[in-house]
Write a protein that binds this ligand. Structure first.
Ligand code: GAP
Length: 438
């Protein structure tokens, strides 16, 4: 069932326009993905939910949108040039490449899992950052890196943001943006790709407040995943062991989701201490200390970080939402998406293609679309159209029938329960607002 679920989701995602393999007509582009018309709506809704929770609903967090290309010394200061590596092992016979820790024996002493020969080479450190060059000359002086995380754009802007907004600690900076990693073994659909989006928060605080805030942010972030419809039964914390934690992290935990291929990291939460600001202060020569005028002391803020992939979160949401149930035509496939995330909130469906029904349906569509993401479908039998909307998670269908021409009422059908009610066309917007919020 688990393998089947990935196959079913991949196929649904392609067929209905959620996710396509990138550059597919050229055979794909190596673990990069394009979000189609429904996928971009889903991912935008997810990012909007995160942004709203992090900035709009809080006094103590502001957002930024930093450049992807940064000064190369940023990545020296952060430790990425030296340490952002995976141990790569290559089979001398079939040329398959593996991450050392993903081999069954974990140390490369066994046979190649692909060809079975004992031809695995010595592990070598492979840096996951994509290298590029700024300007026309490709020399060491013009090297630049595609950022492998958005966090560094926040650290280097700490002082700018603090001064521009006149914030006192504690306060946070939130950012959503692209990140790039030259993963050795990408895979499992959009779980691990080479280009993805992160939603990251760096929460700056007094050193003695960091441990408590780390616990608080674990709670807040878990609650957010549940608020977008991921069931608590599929989520858990996994605290990092001492030997897997980055040397600078005082504490680290993953929020894991039960993917069809097992419990895997969905989000990372770290107490990073003062490591990042200290390193940037040392390497840039800028004083990044903060003067605490309440305590009358100066110190380097500590940072609690929360970091979740938008694509990975969208994948978890899709896995959790996918459902099948028997019905009189065989099987009903339903994406039980939270209405905040559903690509379309409402579908308007005339019962038949008769011109008078189409005209009234278009009128209903025009009334709804300024308020809700609305779609319109008049092809094929109404039962087939309900199934099509169920399969992409549309919470409500509004059906215009011949009675509607007389009483100006329509049938509103709910996706999960399939319950139907009649409502006056004039009451639709307020009634749907009540369901979906403003
Ligand atoms: N700034 C901290 C940081 O980047 P991370 O654990 O390496 O931490 C954070 O990444 C999150 O980014 C992960 O929990 C995951 O959701 C997402 N992520 C990381 N690598 C990814 C990849 N190759 N493809 C998709 N999402 C990825």
């Amino acid at each position: 069932m688990t393998d089947q679920l990935i196959d079913k989701l991949t196929s649904l995602a392609k067929r209905r326009g959620f996710v396509f393999p990138s550059s597919e007509i050229y055979g794909g582009a190596g673990a990069t993905w394009d979000f189609g018309p429904l996928g971009v709506e889903l991912k935008n809704n997810l990012k909007r939910s995160w942004w709203r929770a992090m900035t709009q609903l809080r006094d103590d967090i502001v957002g930024i949108d930093a450049a992807i290309l940064m000064h190369p010394r940023v990545w020296e200061a952060s430790g990425h040039v030296e340490n952002f590596t995976d141990p790569l092992v290559e089979c001398a016979s079939c040329k398959h490449r593996y991450r050392l820790d993903e081999l069954p024996d974990g140390d490369g002493s066994g046979p190649c899992p692909h060809c079975g020969l004992r031809k695995l080479g010595e592990p070598r450190r492979f840096n996951l950052m994509f290298k590029t060059f700024v300007g026309p000359v490709e020399d060491t002086a013009s090297v630049a890196w595609l950022r492998p995380e958005t966090a560094q754009g926040i650290f280097v802007n700490f002082e700018n943001v603090q001064q521009a907004t006149r914030r006192r600690l504690p306060f946070g900076i939130a950012q959503i943006g692209k990140a790039f990693r030259n993963e050795i073994t990408p895979g499992n659909f959009i779980f691990r790709s080479r280009e993805f989006e992160q939603m990251e928060l760096q929460y700056f605080c007094r050193p003695d407040a960091a441990a408590g805030l780390f616990t608080e942010w674990k709670r807040i972030r878990m609650a957010w995943h549940e608020s977008i419809g991921v069931p608590a039964s599929h989520l858990r914390f996994r605290d990092h062991r001492d030997d897997e934690r980055a040397h600078y992290a005082a504490a680290a935990t993953d929020i894991e989701f039960q993917f069809p291929f097992g419990w895997k990291e969905l989000e990372g939460i770290h107490n990073r201490g003062d490591y990042d600001l200290r390193r940037h202060a040392e390497c840039s020569g800028k004083d990044l200390t903060y003067f605490d005028d309440v305590r009358n002391e100066r110190y380097l803020p500590n940072v609690v970080e929360t970091s979740v992939g938008a694509d990975r979160s969208a994948f978890a949401v899709l896995c959790a939402a996918y459902d099948e149930e028997p019905d009189k035509e065989g099987t009903r496939v339903v994406l039980r998406l939270h209405s905040d995330l559903a690509p379309h909130k409402v579908a308007v469906l005339p019962l038949s293609k008769k011109p008078e029904l189409s005209a009234l349906s278009r009128e209903v569509h025009a009334a709804l679309r300024p308020h809700f993401m609305t779609t319109y479908d008049e092809t094929q039998a109404i039962g087939r159209r309900y199934r099509r909307q169920d399969e992409v998670g549309t919470p409500l269908c509004v059906t215009v029938d011949f009675e509607s021409l007389v009483d100006r009422q329509v049938t509103v059908r709910e996706r999960d329960s399939m319950a139907q009610v009649r409502l006056a066309i004039e009451d639709l917007v307020p009634a749907l607002r009540e369901k979906f919020g403003p």
